[in-house]
Design a protein. Structure first.
Ligand SMILES: [Zn+2]
Length: 169
């Protein structure tokens, strides 16, 4: 591992070389100091750590969500259907290292709930605002939770046209 001073020296050298190539006449004026690179790299390290922390938190959240969906699926499905899904999950993801990718787990059990017409998911649809959209009512189903959707009688009239998201008077 390089120290921050070593990294800064290397970064300053690289930047100054690029500046000299791009602006040969002004290379001296535009040159960066090692000290300025120390500051920049320190700020960059802080940002990188924060970014990783956000990833870690998101992954934890996805894992918790996945386990919650899994339990709900267990309570709603027939045991053999649930067990089959669990076995398939283990076969596909069980031997892989999915650390940092808990979204696989959440997605797996979300799809299982949706495809099995889970009453819980349909009542707790994370995209419930979609249920009012004509495009999904025409399709007949919510793509997120699988709830059956119908056009209102008003919308079924040929003269009906849904106002767009952006509309002018
Ligand atoms: Zn829905």
């Amino acid at each position: 591992m390089l120290t921050i001073e070593q990294r800064a020296a290397r970064a300053a050298k690289k930047r100054n070389r690029k500046i000299a190539q791009a602006y040969p006449l002004f290379a001296d004026q535009f040159a960066v100091s090692v000290e300025s690179q120390v500051e920049r790299l320190k700020a960059q390290d802080v940002e990188a750590a924060q970014h990783l922390e956000r990833h870690r938190k998101f992954d934890e959240m996805q894992f918790a969500l996945g386990m919650k969906y899994r339990e709900i699926a267990k309570s709603e499905m027939q045991e053999n259907v649930w067990q089959d899904l669990e076995n398939r999950y283990q076969r596909i993801f069980g031997k892989r290292d999915i650390s940092g990718q808990a979204a696989f787990l959440a997605d797996w059990w979300h799809c299982a709930l949706r495809d099995n017409n889970s009453a819980w998911l349909q009542n707790n649809c994370p995209m419930s605002e979609w249920h009012a959209l004509e495009v999904y009512q025409r399709a007949g189903r919510c793509p997120c939770c699988g709830r059956k959707l119908f056009l209102s009688t008003e919308q079924k009239k040929p003269e009906y046209k849904q106002r767009g998201f952006i509309h002018s008077k």
